[in-house]
Design a protein around this ligand. Structure first.
Ligand code: BGC
Length: 734
């Protein structure tokens, strides 16, 4: 007992020592700081408050007000010409301070890449970086200089519709995704606004905007890593969350914005509200008037408001009456100006080299990049009897499902300025490319876009077309409008009557290939047995149809992995593979029936995080930990031999998970700590090594301090979060 106490004390002492993590956010440039101070000294209160307001474009936008310095930022311009006119007007203002010009460029501007959750499934940093670089280049070519993204919220509850906008359930994967997307955006010429700070991805029961209750340790271990990684990559802006975290709305939470983000993480960029979120403080019941809402928001560290006009209408009076100190206004404006300097906007146009040359929107090069990304984003869940690829194309194929002919469902939500005419539908593309191979492809809708009514004549037409065909390809799942903001769901099977349609197609006895479109982890329990092959495609974007056909025909191979586990039932949610162990993992003694389980369902997911098949087969051979005793400043290195034993070239995503088996607090059963992609020809074998600094194996205590505690660990290496190759190692320390 005494020894246990001693070791706990030592751990905490060490924890304190470990807090001083280096700040990796951008260094301040003294020349810029001097120019900011000079501007602040010359600005009127009205000009300062003007900087603190972001307006959304409307047809009534008055350029005289832009010239008067009434806006720090304008978003959602309908055209390049309008954006450039407004920017020119801002440069004509008394102090010539340009605008931040942005929009939600979530997964593409004119050319849509897969939705973020789909991109995440690529498990590939190069794909993420290059995709976001192209996305930014298109947007920057149209006069934008910031993205209202990326969304880096962790989501472990598929009921939440905005799961589609992030990288899924895992902190490590989401952090790498956040870092790569910010790097890509910056290279392509856009500043990044990380959102939504913090805990927006964990609303109660998955209901959008609802409260989150998150312990300090979980906040730091799970929700903060993607923000930290993206800040290290140079993100300039952070958007506060709409919802409450532990009872306090993100728009008025000084512990999060000022203590955590600014003081602890050293963030000196701009903190933005979400849309009209100052008003929402009254709905949250933390402000009784517009003045009080504005006062609370600004005094808690909000620097800029989007829409709502609370800042222009109420802030001047609050400053004059002393309720908001002038120092806070100067701090906010300094942050806004710092971002404008860092983005190169404060220098005369043409005097700084643009991050990337302008591109022609929708050019073949960008479409090719979107197609390559889409190929890597589609997960193969099942392929019974190697039904796919369609090497010996069936003579008659029927395509079923409204999404097969609706370009919007390929494109997905948050389409920016993309146009449907530039997106081929699945049916058109499949028919065109199967014709030369001798297949006749016909279409039968089966059910309209929301499939609310099981219209038996339409079901029957599809099933009778199915009966006459050699293969049925059903394109089902979530239409675009069931994903993204305010689209929480309580039932996560195929929406509405789609499952009945699939059941009837399966009853024809013809082989069914199911192409699933989704913005989250759906419950595929009933759908899986009805199809011989199942693809999980998210919304694959402008070139999604081309990529799907590339994969179905075998012109490309699958390598994507699930960035969220697929639950067996909604009752399992929220769910993530990195749960803590329980004291009752299985029956303790014979006859014991009290253990951590559901009496009506398995506790495991239907498909684990990290799962995905390929047209080839990979065998993971001899694995070892290079050095099984490591110091805290050491690096864990794990090696494994991977062999392609199949007939096709393919890419394996080797995944390394780690568990600390004994520690002062209960640690997750496993946590992803590294991945390696290997491209292997048939028969080829390669030794793969994944290295992880021991410093990344720590956890946070109840005060949010980092603890790297010596003790026994276990590494799991393999092809998903269910990998069963286990290797022990130890972290030693004083
Ligand atoms: C969303 C943000 C988005 C903003 C501006 C809000 O409703 O929550 O993510 O950036 O609108 O479009």
């Amino acid at each position: 007992m005494i020894r246990a106490v001693v070791s706990l004390v030592l751990t905490l002492v060490f924890a304190v020592a470990a807090v001083a993590r280096p700040l990796t956010v951008a260094e301040r440039d003294p020349a810029i700081e001097a120019r900011i101070a000079d501007l602040l000294a010359r600005m009127t209160l009205e000009e300062k408050i003007g900087q603190m307001f972001m307006e959304s474009w409307t047809e009534q936008l008055d350029l005289a007000r832009v010239r008067a310095g009434d806006y720090g930022s304008i978003i959602n311009f309908p055209s390049e010409a309008e954006a450039r006119r407004a920017q020119a007007a801002a440069r004509e203002s008394r102090l010539g301070i340009p605008l931040l010009i942005g929009r939600d460029v979530v997964h593409g501007y004119r050319t849509l890449f897969p939705v973020p959750l789909g991109l995440a499934a690529a498990f590939d940093r190069d794909t993420w970086r290059t995709s976001f670089e192209w996305i930014a280049r298109e947007a920057a070519s149209d006069g934008l200089n910031i993205d209202l993204g990326p969304m880096v919220d962790i989501s472990r509850d598929g009921r939440w519709g905005r799961t589609v906008e992030g990288a899924g359930e895992d902190p490590w994967l989401s952090a790498r995704f956040a870092e790569a997307s910010v790097t890509g955006l910056k290279r392509g010429g856009l500043g990044a606004a990380l959102k939504h700070f913090i805990g927006y991805g964990a609303p109660r029961a998955g209901r959008d905007y609802a409260e989150a209750d998150i312990s300090t340790a979980t906040l730091h271990d799970v929700h903060l890593p993607p923000f930290e990684a993206a800040l290290s990559a140079g993100a300039e802006i952070v958007m506060a969350a709409f919802n409450t975290l532990n009872g306090v709305p993100g728009t008025a939470n000084p512990r999060m914005t000022q203590d955590l983000l600014e003081r602890r993480l050293g963030f000196d960029g701009l903190v933005l509200t979400d849309w009209d979120a100052i008003r929402e403080l009254m709905n949250h019941g933390v402000a009784g008037s517009p003045e009080q809402a504005t006062e609370r928001a600004i005094n808690s560290g909000i620097d800029m408001e989007i829409a709502g006009k609370f800042v222009p209408n109420h802030l001047p009076g609050l400053v004059r009456s002393g309720r908001v100190p002038m120092a806070r206004i100067d701090d906010a404006v300094a942050r806004i100006l710092r971002v404008k300097f860092r983005l190169g906007l404060m220098d005369p146009p043409g005097s700084v080299t643009a991050a990337a040359a302008p591109v022609k929107l929708g050019s073949p090069e960008i479409r090719a990049a979107a197609r390559a990304a889409a190929q890597k984003s589609i997960v193969l869940l099942k392929n019974e009897g190697d039904l796919l690829p369609l090497v010996k194309p069936p003579k008659r194929i029927v395509v079923v499902g409204h999404s097969a002919v609706d370009p919007s469902d390929m494109m997905g939500a948050w389409g920016a300025v993309a146009v449907q005419e530039e997106t081929t539908t699945f049916f058109e593309e499949f028919k065109r490319r199967m014709a030369p191979l001798g297949s006749r492809v016909v279409y039968s809708e089966g059910c309209d876009d929301d499939c609310l009514e099981p219209i038996s004549s339409e079901f029957s037409a599809a099933t009778s077309a199915g009966r006459k065909a050699d293969l049925i390809v059903a394109v089902l799942g979530e239409p675009w409008y069931m994903t993204a903001e305010s689209t929480s769901r309580t039932r996560l099977g195929l929406p509405n009557h789609q499952q009945e349609l699939l059941d009837r197609l399966a009853r024809t006895g013809r082989p069914v290939v199911l192409v699933t479109l989704a913005g989250r982890g759906l419950v595929m329990t009933e759908a899986m047995p009805k199809a011989k092959a199942v693809l999980y495609a998210f919304a694959p974007g402008t070139m999604g149809a081309a990529a799907l056909v590339d994969l179905l025909t075998g012109e490309a191979n699958f390598s994507a992995r699930l960035p969220v586990g697929l639950p067996r039932s909604v009752g399992q949610l929220p769910m993530s593979y990195d749960a803590l162990p329980t004291g009752r993992p299985q029956p303790g003694r014979p006859g014991d029936d009290l253990w951590s389980r559901y009496v009506d369902e398995e506790i495991t997911p239907l498909f684990p995080f990290g799962f995905g098949l390929s047209y080839t087969r990979f065998v993971h051979g001899e694995a070892k930990v290079v050095e099984p005793k490591l110091r805290r400043d050491g690096t864990l290195e794990v090696e494994v031999t991977v062999t392609n034993t199949g007939m096709r070239a393919g890419r394996e995503i080797v995944q390394l998970y780690v568990r600390q088996t004994v520690a002062s607090r209960s640690r997750p059963l496993r946590q992803l700590k590294g991945i390696a992609s290997v491209d292997l020809a048939p028969g080829e074998k390669r030794r793969v090594r994944i290295a992880v600094p021991v410093a990344e194996l720590g956890y946070h205590d109840d005060e949010g301090r980092l603890v790297i505690e010596p003790g026994p660990f276990r590494a799991f290496v393999g092809a998903s979060s269910a990998a069963d190759t286990a290797l022990d190692f130890e972290v030693i320390g004083e």
